[in-house]
Write a protein that binds this ligand. Structure first.
Ligand code: HSE
Length: 400
């Protein structure tokens, strides 16, 4: 029997408790032993909930109990999750977490502490909720050089973009509806401005290359400027618009970006709709692999935490190594990245557009008093220079 403690009885924490209880038999038959939740830490009381029997209010009860081998940190936020995680690891207890903020900010340090104390720090649930992506990067693709990672890593924005596409609605209207239904947070900034996806691609990029990709170095654009007209153009092109979180290794340089992209049906990520997430990894030997599922939600995220618990239980007294050094991964300025650009222009003078941008594919007849065009491949720096000289730009969306 392995005994675990859960820190925080919120959405994910209560999900962990439920997964371990409901799948008790499945878990013990596959693991060869039982997993029991000995404690749940929360400041609140939960009268009438069976969790009350194992509820504690002081983290010391957990840290000082030698029977607890694994701690699930599902509190979220940086503090006190950081201090609690450190103390658990220093006392030799493995920690499994869904806390992307903590992983992104302190991953390398917490991994070092785990290594020094022969225990593990695992965080499958911190990116893509219930989708296995950390473990594939760490194990199945360990022999591969990762060339690119492209993710739809935020369910809220994918839901909003899908609704804008299918119902022809404006961004603000879909957001308001999503908030009413509880799909989007009351303060949706971290989602719609792209910061949530940015933290997640920072973690995946760090794991792919073994060094720390800083959140602050990743150019991040959200979806707030996307309009129903952009979708009308995309439809005319036979494409859609998705918020992509991307990192690419090219000619020895690393690029990372979170931004809306025009995406064509040939891309497997085109088909990822609603709150679903997916991650497409391209590696140098195996080529493309894709990981798809629920990127958020109680049981999906909790299931990923429990998968880590089983891994720790199988490797008691050992450190499961994750290469992530505390040295900076230099992210090159986005100006050097090369791609096509979809541009909306307030001038419909094709000759003038071609004079500045060269050969372009024109998209006309979508909206009055403007036109759209797709450029040939060029660097972001080149695009910016041409756009500044041309002037009559309404908007630009990168093309994948
Ligand atoms: N707010 C996130 C999303 C949930 O919409 O995907 C989990 O990171």
């Amino acid at each position: 029997m392995t005994k675990v403690a859960v820190l925080g009885y919120g959405t994910v924490g209560s999900g962990v408790y439920e997964v371990i209880k409901k799948n008790r038999d499945v878990i013990s038959s596959k693991l060869g032993e039982e997993i029991e939740v000995k404690y749940v830490l929360d400041l609140r009381e939960f009268e009438g909930d069976p969790v009350q029997e194992v509820l504690v209010h002081d983290v010391d009860t957990i840290i000082s109990d030698p029977e607890v081998a694994i701690v699930c940190e599902t509190m979220g936020g940086e503090h006190p999750a950081y201090e609690f995680t450190k103390r658990a690891l220093e006392s030799g207890k493995s920690v499994c977490t869904s806390n992307k903020e903590l992983v992104e900010k302190h991953g390398p340090e917490l991994l070092q502490i785990a290594k020094a104390h022969n225990c593990s720090y695992l965080f499958e649930a911190s990116v893509g909720g219930g989708i296995p992506i950390i473990r594939p990067l760490r194990t199945s693709l360990a022999q591969e050089e990762i060339l690119s990672i492209t993710g739809i890593l935020n369910g809220t924005t994918n839901y909003i973009l899908t609704k804008m596409e299918t119902e022809g609605l404006a961004f603000a209207d879909v957001l308001a509806r999503a908030q009413e239904k509880g799909y989007a947070e009351k303060n949706p900034d971290a989602d719609v401005l792209g910061f949530d996806a940015c933290r997640k691609i920072a973690i995946l990029t760090s794991l792919a290359y073994g060094r720390k990709a800083d959140f602050a170095d990743i150019t991040t654009e959200g979806i707030t400027a996307i309009t129903d007209k952009d979708f009308a153009y995309a439809k005319k092109m036979g494409a859609t618009i998705k918020l992509f979180a991307k990192s690419v290794k090219k000619n020895g340089k690393y690029y990372a970006l979170v931004a809306p992209f025009v995406v064509f049906p040939e891309n497997p990520l085109y088909a990822v709709k609603g709150v679903f997430n997916a991650i497409l990894v391209n590696s140098n030997m195996g080529g493309e692999t894709m990981y798809y599922g629920k990127g958020a939600g109680k049981l999906a995220t909790a299931s990923a935490v429990v998968a880590d618990v089983l891994d720790c239980a199988r490797h008691k007294g050992k450190h499961l190594d994750i290469k992530w050094e505390d040295t900076k991964l230099e992210i090159s300025p986005i100006d050097g990245a090369v791609r096509k650009f979809f541009v909306r222009s307030s001038s419909t003078d094709e000759a003038r557009i071609k004079e500045f941008f060269g050969e372009v594919e024109m998209i006309s007849g979508v909206a009055d008093g403007e036109c759209g065009f797709v450029t040939e491949e060029m660097s972001e720096a080149e695009y910016k220079d041409k756009a500044a000289k041309y002037g009559d730009i309404l908007s630009m969306i990168r093309v994948d």
